[in-house]
Each structure stands twice: as structure tokens, then as C-alpha cells.
Design a protein around this ligand. Structure first.
Ligand SMILES: C[S@@+](CC[C@H](N)C(=O)[O-])C[C@H]1O[C@@H](n2cnc3c(N)ncnc32)[C@H](O)[C@@H]1O
Length: 245
């Protein structure tokens, strides 16, 4: 009886710790409890695939907007500081790949008023939302783009290609980024921002890709690491360029 009570107390205790952790991590990129979240994604099951990616659906953009665009995110995401660090000229051509609800796309569009932002996403509902948001916010320099698993499908080469919390969703990354080189201008920059292992936010840890692995994969795809910024508390922020042929 005493033994059973102790076991019960231990279970209740560990349950509350788990609940607390779940509440914290759910603030960013946890899969949502949504009927479509269990559906196949582009012909693949949710979860880690043999192509090395973390696949799950991001439909119901309005619901995701409540997470991705919550004002509390700004404190640790530091979007304006990230964009400052990119030193974009006003006529820059930028691709925000895995743009989601446009958290970065709209901020960048306001900085490159003579340039363009291609906001590319694989999820059709995000592409729909991005178009509506650009119209609503009167940002005529945003072009929403329907990406595929193989390519962001950019209409022209860009100066900066940004992946925020998106790299770990890309499958067959060495092939993907090798092909992507054609859409990046000669001195263009490939910019990645993604969660580090210690972050309380972001996807489940088993889906994170360490900076070491990223650097290794991108080297194999023909890129070199040229800049590292260390002001983000939960993420790495790194810049790659193409290795000259
Ligand atoms: C965690 S969200 C990040 C959204 C946005 N970058 C942000 O910081 O708020 C990841 C996004 O990547 C998109 N995505 C996943 N795989 C993709 C792919 N292969 N090509 C383009 N977008 C992809 C998802 O649909 C989703 O909108």
C-alpha cells in the first residue's frame, strides 16, 4: 500500500514536470494538435524520413500565425537585429524559403522597398496566406511562391536566401542545396537561422540538425561558412557562400 502510494506520487510528480516542459516547448514549433497534422505530407508520413527531413503539415495558416507571429517571439528571435546584420541594400532580391506566415518576409519587404522578397513555402495554405497578408499590409514587393520538395521554384536568382527554422524540414539536403546554387547570385549569401540543441523552443530535439552537420552537408553541396553571428540566445545564425568553381 505504502509502496503503491509512493509510485503514484512519483508518477504524478514526473507528469507535472512533463506537462511544464510541454507547455514551454509548445510555444514555438511543436506539431499542432490538428486533424491534418497526422495526414501524409507530400506523400510522406509525418516524422523523420529516410531523406533526413522532419515532415509534417503546416496547413491552417491562420492557426499557425497565432504561434509564429506571437509578439513574445520577438524577444528571442530578434528579427530586426537579424535583418540589420544582413545589411541589405534597398534593391536587394531576397528569398525567404519556408516562409510560413511571413514573420520574416514582411519585415524584410519593408527594408528592401526597391527590391523583392520571394516568400516560398511548400504548404499551399501558407502560400495562400502569404499572398493575402502581403495584400493586407500593402507590400507589393512580396511574391508568394509555391515551393516543392526539390526546389523553392524561384523565378530569378537572388542575393540572399534565408531559411529560418526551415533547414530541418528539407529532404535530401545535399542534392537540394547543390541545385539551389543556380538560384543564388555569384556573391549571394545563403543564411540559416535554426534552433540549437539547448533551446526550450523549436521542434522535438531528434529533428534538430546541429551546426556541425549543417556545415558538413553544405560543404558537400558546394558552400562554405563565411560568417557566424552569436547574439541569438536559442539559435545559430550563420551565412554561407558558394565555393568558387
Ligand atoms: C517552422 S516553419 C518556419 C516559418 C518561418 N520561417 C518562421 O520563421 O516563422 C517551417 C516552414 O517551412 C515550410 N517547409 C517545409 N518544408 C519545406 C520545403 N521543402 N520547401 C519550402 N518550405 C518548406 C513549412 O510548410 C513551414 O511553413
Amino acid at each position: 500500500m505504502i509502496k503503491n502510494t509512493i509510485v503514484a506520487l512519483l508518477l504524478i510528480g514526473s507528469g507535472s514536470v512533463f506537462a511544464a516542459q510541454t507547455a514551454t516547448t509548445a510555444s514555438a514549433e511543436q506539431p499542432m494538435k490538428h486533424k491534418d497534422m497526422n495526414a501524409h505530407h507530400m506523400g510522406k508520413h509525418q516524422g523523420k524520413n529516410s531523406d533526413g527531413a522532419y515532415h509534417h503539415r503546416f496547413n491552417d495558416a491562420e492557426a499557425w500565425a497565432k504561434k509564429f507571429d506571437q509578439p513574445e517571439r520577438d524577444a528571442w528571435q530578434k528579427p530586426e537585429q537579424i535583418i540589420d546584420a544582413l545589411t541589405l541594400p534597398p534593391n536587394a532580391l531576397v528569398a525567404d524559403v519556408g516562409a510560413g506566415t511571413g514573420y520574416f518576409s514582411v519585415r524584410i519587404a519593408k527594408r528592401v522597398l526597391e527590391g523583392k522578397v520571394f516568400a516560398a513555402d511548400i504548404e499551399p495554405d501558407m502560400v495562400r496566406y502569404l499572398g493575402e497578408r502581403a495584400k493586407r499590409e500593402n507590400l507589393t514587393n512580396i511574391t508568394p511562391v509555391q515551393a516543392s520538395a526539390e526546389s523553392p521554384n524561384l523565378a530569378e536568382p537572388v542575393d540572399v536566401m534565408l531559411f529560418v527554422d526551415a533547414y530541418h524540414h528539407i529532404g535530401n539536403r545535399v542534392a537540394y542545396f547543390s541545385n539551389l546554387a543556380a538560384s543564388l547570385n555569384a556573391d549571394g549569401r545563403l543564411v540559416l537561422v535554426d534552433f540549437n540543441m539547448e533551446s526550450p523552443n523549436g521542434p522535438p530535439k531528434e529533428h534538430l540538425v546541429s551546426l556541425e552537420k549543417v556545415t558538413e552537408e553544405l560543404k558537400a553541396a558546394g558552400y562554405k561558412l563565411v560568417q557566424t553571428h552569436d547574439f541569438l540566445p536559442q539559435q545559430y545564425f550563420v551565412v554561407f557562400q558558394k565555393i568558387a568553381p
